[in-house]
Design a protein around this ligand. Sequence first.
Ligand code: CA
Length: 232
Amino acid sequence: MKRERILIVEDEQAVARGLEYALKAEGFEVYWARTGMQALDLMRREQPDLITLDLRLPDVSGYDVCRALRGEAHRQPILMLTAKDEELDKVLGLELGADDYVVKPYSLREVISRIRALLRRAYGELAVQAEDEIQRFNGLEIDLTRLEVRRDGVVIDLTPTEYRLLRYLSARVNVPVSRSGLLEAIWGYESDVNSDRTVDVHIRHLRQKIERDPANPRQIVTVRGVGYKFQG
Ligand code: CA
C-alpha cells in the first residue's frame, strides 16, 4: 500500500519533531516546512495528501498559507493547529476553507486520529462514489456525478466538507440528524464539548451559500434539541 504523505507546517522545531516522530511511527511519510513559503513550495513539488498547518509562522501566517493553497486549487485536507478557538469561525469559513482544527496544546493521539479521519473521508467514501444522479430541491441541484451544487443553474462553490455535509443531509430528506451523528459521519470522530461548534459553523456557512434567505433557512432547518434536517 502506498504510504500517505503528510506535510507539517510548523516553525518550532521541537513541536515539528514530536509530530513527525509520531506520524512516522504510524506509517506516514512526512515532510516538514518551517515557513509559509517553504510550505507552498513543498505543496507544489510533492503534492502531499494532507497538511497540518500552524497559524503562527515566521514569514506569512497560516491563514495566508491556507488561502494561497485553496487559491491554487489544492484540495487536500488542511488540519489547522490553532492556539485560540475564537478564530475557529474564520479558519473553517468561506474565506479559508480549512477542513478541521485542533486547539493547542493538543495530544498527539488526538492529532493523529483527526488526520486519519480526514484522510478517510477525503480519499475513501468520495472516491468510490459513482452514482449517476442529480437531486433537485426547489431550484437547488446536487449533482452527484460532477460533485457539484447549483442554485438556479449557477454553480455554488462549496468546500469539500460543505459538499459532504450537504450530501449527507440531502440523502436523508426530512429526517432529523443529530450533531453527533453528523460528526461521526462527516468528520469521523465522536463528539466532545467543542465539536458541536464545528458542525454549527459549517452549517451556517453552508446556509449562506445554498439558502435563498440564509436568515430564514428553508433547505437546512434546525431541529430544536436534536440537530438539523434537510427539507425536500
Ligand atoms: Ca508557530
